[in-house]
Design a protein around this ligand. Sequence first.
Ligand code: ASN
Length: 311
Amino acid sequence: MTYSSVLKSNESYLQEKGKIVEILKIQSEALLAIHEFLYQEGLLQMMPVIVSPVTDPLCHPVYKATITYLNQKLQLTKSMALHKQVAISTLGVKGIYIVSPNVRLEKDVQSDNHLLEFSQLDIELKDTSAHEFMSFMEDLVIYIFAKVQDRCEKELKELRAHIKIPRKPFRVHSSWDLRREFGEEFGSRISQREDDLFWITDFEREFYDKEDEVRRGHYHNYDLYYPEGYGEALSGGERDYKYEIIVRKLKERNHRFEEFTPYLELAKADMIGPSAGGGLGVERLVRFLTKRSHIKEITLFPKVPGERIFM
Ligand code: ASN
């Protein structure tokens, strides 16, 4: 490979190189604000899980990222949803969080908002309802935005990015109403129309998101969205934790039980309890704060679905 072809293959990053220091400064302040807020709220930080025999199955197609160690098959973490749920059930604490690296080898995603490798701020709160978790996240987002606005005036000016501090409570839309109005692409369509952060609730999704016991097919889950077309910020939900319900939902989604053995054993032993949580994409947050047109501009070594990886 020649020098110029290396430059070409990594052009997008190099074009933005002049701004990467400002972007990283804003990211550092945003992460500092996150740690401050969660510390004040009494949450404890866990270190990330990178490989495990069990991970989040997700609800969209990705290639398997599996490695073998001593004849044991391990997967790279797609999200720590199941680990968070087990951890919060085991520990006698109010909440936990992780700045968690995830690998998702996307099959057919074409968007300006996806990376194969990214980090999410994963949070899980014990004995918490969907409504309570959403309110907690609104306070956190307002805190982050205010701190970044305060501490990064120079960098925001340089990036021509303006931060508007959202007000509580954020607007809430049901996915059912939006699908009727906009069709299947409702998330990106409504994100273009809104001018402040908002929630979309009640999606048919992963088995661990809580299904309403009376209104089957309705879920106590939520996505937080950015306005102005910046798309999804967070996804999460209140959790199902009873063994029989988990088994039924795994079957309904055609999942193989062997892939969830330790999780199922814990659920069968009644060692998983009620909680709610979610994951806020770190790169997506920084992209919104810095108003970049593509998420690859946020990271020094971007991994864009469908593109060759430089480093
Ligand atoms: N982090 C999300 C959650 O807590 C799950 C995900 O990323 N798929 O529900």
